[in-house]
Design a protein around this ligand. Sequence first.
Ligand code: AMP
Length: 116
Amino acid sequence: MAEETIFSKIIRKEIPADILYQDDLVTAFRDINPRAPSHILIIPNKLIPTVNDVEADDERMLGRLFTVARQLAEQEGVSENGYRLIMNCNPHGGQEVYHIHMHLLGGRPLGPMLVG
Ligand code: AMP
């Protein structure tokens, strides 16, 4: 069994978070340390530690991450100017929380994809 992270507590509403969307498959909330005017994390409710752990059975749920990203981008008013979706995997990918999450970043020009 994978070890739960703080994100499981957010999904169960055991700790506070600015939740923007939740359904049976996914939860979306504002990143606590925003790197852009809109910085939202969209996560599956099921604990999957990294993209390396994704299975074919997860495809429907993972597709939902994208439809919710589209809806939230519209809601945030960043659809037209554009935004970036990122999933980090393991140390070289810069992953800090081992419960997969899609970052939605927008609201300013984000510059080149890789910096630092
Ligand atoms: P990553 O480096 O891809 O694993 O990103 C983890 C993200 O989770 C970071 O951007 C953190 O700022 C964010 N984060 C960590 N704890 C919380 C929390 N309690 N509520 C909201 N965002 C969080």
